[in-house]
Design a protein around this ligand. Structure first.
Ligand SMILES: Cc1ncc(COP(=O)(O)O)c(C=O)c1O
Length: 364
């Protein structure tokens, strides 16, 4: 008899669900990785096995995103939040200013860190509309050290489907933490793009950075070593002990993406999931109200409200009893949020949509 594994309908915002196949492979290899007699967590990061793993993970990331040879790929620690500080420290010369597009909580935090360390300008902010869209226009500084934006605001559920255009010579920097590897990207448009792994591509503990080599010329001397992109790049993410298990898991997820049609296949899957959920919201006659404006709706984090906070709490609590986890919106925004990253299946969305209809019938 095959044992049924209990897997929740996981709508967590991050860390989030990973593909079952990937989890099972990690489980199968946990005690004895490929005949080594040890787990990846017990292995030297200088061993040839680990070197093979990190090299292959990088090669798969490069292949999936079609990354040009002039870019470095790094695996770093400190979460996406440490990047908020590293970016201005590495890329903004003393006295220079950087431009920030503020579309939600995460770009706002990044701006806050940049302001602590030097000059930063707001090139656009959608705060007045409670971060419900990407901006229509930008006020750009042609001399900015870089233009920064967050491609998907996880808390507000707002996503860019077109890169903002930076003035000629101004490098584009992107926090892609919550939509990384959810669709194809033209990396050549970016000077630096980074993502915390814990949503679409792996467990917490590792941040993937994709950096155009010429940006390394900007890195000042005497940077604290762990904050220095040059060190991370030249030491191939092995200056110190890297988050080896997280990197191994990222490698497994890359293989899963390749098996599932690459990024074009994943995008089609994600689009179908998001379309189904937003259609259900739109068909509810106003009982469910999406937070983001239709053209800015995130395919990863679907934020919506119910007619009252009481109903929202009841929705979350009843959904939880049906094993739908993580639907409560972030405390700063309220309402509901379904995070539907790569590993969430269409069947999970169908289950949620069915429940939404029943809930409305009972409470509408
Ligand atoms: C878009 C985005 N940027 C940055 C972060 C911060 O990531 P970390 O917790 O890894 O520092 C998050 C976390 O959810 C996020 O969603």
């Amino acid at each position: 008899m095959t044992e049924t594994i209990h897997r929740a309908h996981n709508f967590n915002a991050g860390p989030a669900g990973l593909p079952l196949e990937v989890m099972q492979q990690a489980q199968a290899e946990l005690l004895d990785y490929k005949g080594t007699g040890m787990s990846v967590v017990e292995m030297s990061h200088r061993s040839k096995e680990f070197e093979g793993m990190i090299t292959e993970a990088e090669a798969d990331i490069r292949e999936l995103l079609n990354i040009p040879a002039s870019y470095k790929v790094t695996f770093m620690q400190g979460g996406a939040s440490l990047q908020f500080s590293m970016i201005p420290m590495n890329f903004r010369a003393p006295g220079a200013s950087a431009d920030y597009i503020v579309t939600g909580a995460w770009s706002k935090k990044a701006l806050g860190e940049a302001e602590k360390l030097g000059a930063a300008r707001v090139a656009a902010s959608t705060k007045a509309g409670n971060f419900d869209r990407v901006p229509d226009s930008l006020d750009l500084d042609p001399k900015a050290a870089y233009l920064y934006y967050c491609s998907n605001e996880t808390i507000h559920g707002v996503e860019f489907f077109q890169e903002p255009e930076a003035p000629a010579g101004v490098p584009l920097v992107c926090d892609a933490s919550s939509d990384f590897m959810s669709r194809p990207l033209d990396i050549s448009k970016y000077a630096y793009l980074y993502a915390g792994a814990q949503k679409n591509v792996g467990p917490a503990g590792v941040v993937i950075g994709i950096l155009r080599e010429d940006m390394l010329e900007r890195v000042p001397e005497n940077m604290p070593v762990m904050l220095d992109y040059k060190v991370q790049a030249t030491e191939k993410s092995l200056y110190n002990t890297p988050p080896s298990f997280s990197i191994y898991m990222v490698g497994l997820v890359m293989k899963w993406i390749k098996k599932n049609g690459g990024l074009a296949g994943i995008e089609a899957r994600n689009k179908a999931k998001a379309d189904l959920l937003y259609s259900a919201i739109d068909a509810s006659g106003g009982f469910y109200k999406g937070h983001a404006q239709p053209e800015s709706r995130s395919r990863m984090n679907v934020t919506f409200r119910l007619p009252s906070e009481e109903l929202e709490a009841q929705f979350v609590s009843e959904a939880k009893k049906l094993d739908m986890i993580g639907l409560k919106g972030h405390r700063s925004v309220g309402g509901l949020r379904a995070s539907i990253y790569n590993a969430v299946e269409l069947s999970d969305i169908e289950f949620l949509v069915q429940f939404m209809k029943e809930f409305q019938t009972r409470n509408g």
